[in-house]
Every structure is written in structure tokens, then in C-alpha cells.
Design a binder for this molecule. Structure first.
Ligand code: NDP
Length: 254
């Protein structure tokens, strides 16, 4: 029995054209899966495709804004059309707007919630029938340390990431009977475009993360590859509804 073999499987990764999404895609591709990345920035996607193909993986890109239900449906349909099936979905697309709660406009609130939470709901809904056709599947939702903690600049982001954990639990219970495992990953502080902006906007963030993280460093997208591979593979078949921190110990440290 090979617990870590994904040859013949197809994984869709939203926001897989960079950062954590590409780290996860690399982990899943390393076990033999075909990867379909979704995002808006085609130039970034071309680089990501070159990286994945350079590893020997089959890979495709679908352009679109996953805050729209129709885009999520088109994404899954396109993955099935190009590669015949969808077995794995990583709901990773995300964004943040950092400001105190009293300063959020209605549009800003909806932008963060739609990007981080509603897109994951729509893409999961779209992937469900495709996974049923394969007799099961794996969904991996990206939460955050803000699924666990609060911060004065992160009201909309924290609401969306808390929602990711509860949505994961609810979907895991709904779809366990269909052999679909739904789990969340809670990354610690990872060096990506998103957190480059955070470090510019939040004074002292870089050093405070290093100090508080027991492993004494920021994570890298490659640190997300292993958990992606585990949750996408047979090795996690009896794991569902969890929210797993991958954070160098940040969440268990004072
Ligand atoms: P990046 O900004 O590097 O990646 C975000 C990705 O999401 C991009 O590839 C972007 O692609 C995609 N994306 C954003 N909005 C949309 C949209 N509307 N439609 C389609 N794709 C979209 O940041 P990270 O890699 O850091 O973030 C990835 C996930 O990890 C997010 O959910 C984030 O909240 C989460 N996270 C990050 C942490 C960190 O420390 N970095 C910690 C905890 C969680 P494009 O620009 O092409 O649309």
C-alpha cells in the first residue's frame, strides 16, 4: 500500500499561482497529481506553471475571479474537461485589508469576506458533484492564525478565517458519507506577497513574529508542501473536519 501516491489524480488550487498556494501545489504535484491553478494574474501563473512542469508535473491554468460562483463552476468544469476529473480542491485564494474595524467600508468588508470565505464555499459546492463522480475527494481550506487569534487591524480577515474553520467542520460532517474529507490548514506567518504588504503596514511585525515563533523564523511557501501532500493523499483518509496549524509553534507559544 502506497499512502502517498497521487498519480492519476487531479488537484485544483485557487491562488495556486504564487505564495502558499504554489507551495501546496508543489507538495501535491510531488506525489504525481496533475495541478490546475486558478487566479487572475496570468504572468504569475505562467511562472508557476513552469515551476510545476519543471518538476515533471502536468499542469494547467484557469483565469478568473473566484469570488463569483459562476467562475468557480467554470473552473471545475474546465479542470474536468482538460484532465478528465477533479479529486482534490485547495481553497487558498485570499486577501487582507488592514485597518481598525470602525474604518471598514461596506465594500471592503465584502471584498475580504468574498475572497477568503465565500469563494471557498462556491468552489467547494462546484467541486462536490465532480468528487462524487470519482467516489470521493479531498478539500483543503486555508485558514490562518487569525482563525484562532484576534488583531486590531484584522476584523474582516479574522471573521473570514474563523468562518473557514466552521465551514470546514460543517462540510466535513455533510460529505463524510460521500468519502470526501474536508480539512483546514492554519498557516503561521509565511513569507509571501501578502505578508510583505503586512510587514510594510504593521510596525514591528517582522521581529515580533520571529520572537514569538518557537522555531524562530518566518515560514516559507515550501513549508506548506508537506501538509498539502498529506491532506490530499490516502494517508489522511480518516482525518476530516480538522484545523491543523502549520506555524513553527506560533499558536502554542506565549
Ligand atoms: P499571496 O498574495 O501570495 O496569494 C494569494 C493568492 O490568491 C494569489 O495567488 C492570488 O492570485 C489569489 N487570489 C486573490 N484573490 C483572488 C480572486 N478574487 N480570485 C482568484 N484568485 C485570487 O498570499 P499568500 O500565499 O500569503 O496567501 C494564500 C492564502 O494563505 C490566503 O488565503 C491567505 O489568507 C492565507 N494565509 C497566509 C498567511 C501568510 O502568512 N502568508 C498566513 C495564514 C494564511 P491572483 O493575484 O492571480 O488573483
Amino acid at each position: 500500500m502506497n499512502l502517498f501516491d497521487l498519480k492519476g489524480k487531479v488537484a485544483v488550487v485557487t491562488g495556486g499561482n504564487g505564495g502558499i498556494g504554489l507551495g501546496m501545489a508543489r507538495g501535491i504535484a510531488s506525489l504525481g497529481a496533475t495541478i490546475v491553478i486558478a487566479g487572475r494574474n496570468e504572468a504569475k501563473a505562467e511562472e508557476a506553471l513552469a515551476t510545476l512542469r519543471g518538476m515533471g508535473a502536468q499542469a494547467g491554468f484557469v483565469a478568473g475571479d473566484v469570488t463569483h460562483k459562476a467562475t468557480c463552476e467554470a473552473l471545475i468544469a474546465s479542470a474536468e474537461k482538460q484532465f478528465g476529473r477533479v479529486d482534490i480542491l485547495v481553497n487558498n485564494a485570499g486577501t487582507s485589508i488592514r485597518k481598525p474595524p470602525q474604518d471598514f467600508s461596506e465594500a471592503e468588508w465584502h471584498h475580504v469576506l468574498d475572497t477568503n470565505l465565500t469563494s471557498a464555499f462556491f468552489c467547494s459546492q462546484a467541486a462536490y458533484p465532480a468528487m462524487l463522480r470519482q467516489g470521493g475527494g479531498k478539500m483543503i481550506n486555508i485558514g490562518s492564525m487569525m482563525s484562532l487569534f484576534g488583531a486590531p487591524f484584522a476584523t474582516a480577515y479574522a471573521a473570514s478565517k474563523g468562518g473557514i474553520v466552521q465551514m470546514t467542520r460543517a462540510m466535513a460532517t455533510a460529505w463524510a458519507k460521500d468519502n470526501i474529507q474536508v480539512n483546514a490548514v492554519l498557516p503561521g506567518w509565511i513569507d509571501t506577497d501578502l505578508t510583505k504588504r503586512a510587514r510594510e503596514q504593521v510596525d514591528g511585525l517582522h521581529a515580533s513574529v520571529e520572537t514569538r515563533t518557537p522555531q524562530g523564523r518566518w515560514g516559507t511557501p515550501d513549508d506548506m508542501a508537506g501538509i498539502g501532500a498529506f491532506l490530499a493523499s490516502k494517508a489522511s483518509d480518516f482525518v476530516t473536519g480538522t484545523a491543523i496549524p502549520v506555524d513553527g509553534g506560533f499558536s502554542i507559544s506565549m
